[in-house]
Design a protein around this ligand. Structure first.
Ligand SMILES: [Mn+2]
Length: 427
């Protein structure tokens, strides 16, 4: 902070819930110090973007940049500060770069917003009121299953309510709507199917009161159990330990909200290219609330219709694999999400490789997943093919993606099929 006195700070943050929560905590703290700053929210950090940044300002990266140290090194930045929790790519870190990252010492699982919060709490006790955003970032990054020591401390600073319940969000809204839009978990004959929703609720013994169904947080233990059973019957692949867990409730715009839902709103805004709405939403700027929520609804509807399209689409399938070439029928930003949802659907047995393809500009976004998180290494599989077709690959063993040019569409599918048809013998 000494370094920041009277200097303009340029902040670059990631566009997901954790990144945007980090940004809101930081800029709120800086505003109180009367610091001059600018903020850019990005989907990813590429070399070109780093090269174009101003070099004289104090540069602060949030929730990214640990993997881009080499690119940062090449530019002569006067001062760089990184608050992040991703793997660090460089061995030696030059003097002009300061890094706050648990990967450098105890590898504690904490979100970037948690780190940003702890940093800002050091500046002023007043910043304690942003603890809820640090927890929101933690949930956005799926770190709530095992709450680390640091996160536990942050949770205590916050006024968040923790409650056991069914992990379908928003847990604060009437169940009929919530079930209709449930994509995670995906419930066959219920997701996207109002009749199916009502049937399931009836079967679970739930009736509307004054025309309104209860929300998940209002259910009795008995009702929770009945609904859980109905869901598991429809999708036996869901594990009950993944269906019941801790719900985190926090106040936003003076209303109690489900953290997972807030995170979904932020991600929907960002993925549809509106991260500035997401930012204002988490800053609780009242004009942004409606806009953020309608963006989320549109995104969810698109996702549900994308899922329906994919369910009915013609598929290329073989033993242990299915390829769905959705072409221009699903947005490229949803190809990965849809593949993930399918990988949890009861229609595919464990170890099935699911590949979705969606057009964008003159390219194709390819996403590959393993049903049940077991089976072949899909990253390796895609990497092998794009050696021939050209393209870029990313991801890991059970969830990977690549981008290829549309000219290579048929060649890619042929190669993919050939590779998938070869049995993998495990030694
Ligand atoms: Mn993060």
């Amino acid at each position: 902070m000494e370094k920041s006195r009277d200097r303009e700070i340029q902040i670059i943050s990631h566009f997901d819930t954790d990144g945007i929560s980090s940004a809101v905590i930081m800029i709120s703290a800086l505003k109180k110090l009367d610091s001059k700053f600018s903020l850019k929210i990005v989907k990813s950090l590429d070399e070109n973007f780093i090269n174009k940044l101003s070099k004289n300002k104090l540069t602060l990266f949030l929730d990214l940049a640990s993997g881009s140290i080499e690119h940062i090194k090449k530019n002569n930045f006067s001062d760089v500060f990184i608050i992040d929790h991703h793997e660090i790519s460089a061995e030696d870190i030059p003097e002009n770069i300061d890094i706050v990252n648990p990967m450098m010492h105890d590898k504690q699982k904490i979100s970037s917003s948690g780190l940003t919060y702890l940093f800002c709490r050091e500046i002023s006790e007043e910043n304690k009121k942003y603890a809820k955003l640090a927890i929101l970032g933690m949930i956005g990054d799926n770190l709530e299953k095992e709450i680390s020591k640091m996160n536990h401390e942050i949770l205590e600073d916050s006024e968040i309510i923790k409650k056991r319940g069914i992990l379908i969000y928003p847990s604060t809204r009437p169940l009929n709507r919530v079930l209709e839009y449930s994509s995670n978990p995906y419930i066959p004959d219920v997701t996207g199917n109002i009749q199916g929703v009502l049937e399931m609720l009836r079967e679970s013994g739930l009736a509307p009161k004054n025309g309104k169904y209860k929300s998940i947080i209002e259910l009795s233990d008995d009702e929770t159990e009945k609904i859980t059973t109905s869901i598991l019957l429809r999708n036996p692949k869901i594990k009950s330990k993944d269906l019941i867990g801790d719900l985190f409730l926090l106040k936003m715009f003076n209303q109690l909200e489900d953290a997972r839902d807030l995170s979904a709103v932020v991600n929907a805004c960002s993925r549809s290219g509106n991260s500035e709405i997401a930012l204002k939403f988490l800053m609780e700027v009242s004009s942004s609330k409606k806009l953020a929520e309608s963006t989320h609804i549109k995104y969810r509807q698109k996702l549900i219709s994308g899922l329906k399209f994919v369910e009915e689409a013609e598929k290329i399938s073989g033993k242990n694999f299915v390829i769905i070439n959705a072409k221009e029928n699903i947005p490229d930003t949803m190809a990965g999400t849809i593949a993930s949802i399918l990988s949890n659907s009861p229609n595919y047995s464990e170890g099935t490789v699911i590949v979705t393809m969606a057009y964008y500009e003159n390219r194709i976004k390819v996403s590959a997943r393993n049903a049940g998180k077991c089976g072949r290494n899909v990253r390796e599989l895609l990497a092998r093919i794009i050696q021939i077709t050209d393209g870029e690959v990313g991801g890991h063993e059970h969830a990977a993606g690549c981008i290829i040019s549309q000219e290579k569409e048929n060649e890619f599918i042929d190669l993919l099929k050939k590779n998938l048809e070869v049995e993998v013998v495990k030694v």
